[in-house]
Ligand binder design. Structure first.
Ligand SMILES: Nc1ncnc2c1ncn2[C@@H]1O[C@H](COP(=O)(O)OP(=O)(O)OP(=O)(O)O)[C@@H](O)[C@H]1O
Length: 360
């Protein structure tokens, strides 16, 4: 790891959280995609942002890297508020945070040689020295992500999906960011290569030590990679905690429902399982339900849930939860006990295993 990573990029305090979101709001016209998200990631930690499709995960990620300008709220990188910064003022902070997208085919410029794709962040940041130095760094990056350095002379379309995603990772990490936003980095890939790319991401994270906002709906990947978990429902965080806490003792009925589906690797079957517990699809983000946004699908909802919005509060045993049914000591009901047929039968389910999160 380079020693100059945090010092000359404008990061005020290396001990400060790498990322802090405070009451982040992102509305697209009437669509309330993100509606008051607060979370923080300490240096070197991996926080998984989980939730169904449409819950706002990608929108949060895009606000963090400033591809989107939030409607309101604050984005702080390394203690510095970057929310209102324009293009130029943002430049010194650019190298602190990178993003890898779901679809490497769409995110790599097809007209550029791979070597130029990987070197581009250095060039844009006015770094990387002369041509020879840049080429050296590119070769080093390519090898780091398990590619031959000769790949620098090829075009993205000449590579497989897995190789392209490795190139995306090389590009994202070439500027040695303190934070990587990984937005469903494996879900567009062939199932056969998903595990190897995920392993690579985990190895790089461990070796280099960057913090990561890991956006995913794949709970087995969360278990493998994440230190902490934030659960998003209709644009709001409903539960946070360490991976161990959340998998062993999910507090929010929505988290419990997600975890009931966890041992299933196939996302289609995972959705089916979730549906046993939750019924319909996510309600519209244009007109979210009153009170607790989850009450329309919650098997445990009581009258109060329809009228009074629960606040996200710290509960006993660590973590935080936004649910009226959870006591301050963290105890509360579990939808998995209340809904017969919600959990898979270990004897008939070939995907069943004994990982934490599997409702054995
Ligand atoms: N540019 C946009 N214009 C209008 N609505 C948008 C835009 N981007 C996202 N949305 C809406 O915002 C909500 C959140 O979308 P987002 O993509 O952030 O969710 P997600 O949890 O990442 O889902 P997925 O896993 O499907 O990407 C959705 O209702 C989506 O339709």
């Amino acid at each position: 790891m380079s020693t100059d990573t945090a010092t000359d990029a404008g990061a005020a305090d290396p001990g400060a959280p790498v990322l802090e979101l405070e009451d982040l709001v992102m509305h697209f016209g009437p669509v309330r995609a993100v509606d008051g998200v607060s979370l923080s990631i300490a240096p070197g930690r991996v926080t998984a942002l989980v939730g169904e499709s449409g819950s706002g995960k990608s929108t949060v990620g895009r606000c963090v890297v400033r591809l989107l300008s939030p409607t309101s709220g604050t984005v702080r990188l390394g203690g510095t508020d970057v929310t209102g910064l324009g293009r130029r003022a943002m430049r010194p902070h650019r190298r602190e945070v990178s993003i890898v997208f779901q679809d490497p085919a769409g995110s790599l410029d097809p007209r550029m040689l791979v070597g130029d794709v990987v070197a581009e962040p250095l060039r844009l940041q006015g770094r990387g020295g002369g041509r020879a130095e840049r080429e050296r760094r590119v070769a080093e990056q390519l090898e780091r992500v398990g590619l031959d350095r000769s790949v620098a002379q090829r075009y993205p379309h000449e590579l497989s999906g897995g190789q392209r995603q490795r190139v995306s990772l090389a590009r994202a990490l070439v500027s040695e960011p303190r934070l990587l936003v990984a937005d469903e980095p494996t879900s567009a890939l062939d199932v056969s290569v998903q595990a190897s790319v995920l392993n690579l991401l985990a190895d790089l994270q461990r070796d280099i030590g960057f913090a990561c906002l890991f956006i995913t709906h794949d709970l087995s990947a969360v278990e493998y990679l994440a230190d902490d978990i934030a659960v998003l429902y209709l644009g709001q965080v409903v539960e946070t905690g360490t991976r161990e806490e959340v998998f062993a003792r999910p507090r929010h009925p929505y988290t419990q429902a997600l975890l009931a589906a966890a041992p299933v690797a196939d996302p289609v079957r995972q959705r089916e399982r979730t549906r046993v517990l939750l019924g319909d699809d996510l309600p519209s983000a244009i007109d979210p339900p009153s009170g607790c946004r989850f009450h329309t699908r919650c098997p445990l909802a009581v009258d109060r849930c329809a009228t009074e919005e629960p606040v996200l509060r710290t509960v006993g045993g660590g973590g935080s939860v936004a649910c009226h049914l959870v006591d301050d000591d963290g105890s509360g009901p579990d939808v998995r006990d209340a809904t017969p047929g919600a959990t898979p039968d270990a004897t008939t389910d070939p995907d069943h295993d004994d990982r934490p999160g599997s409702p054995a």
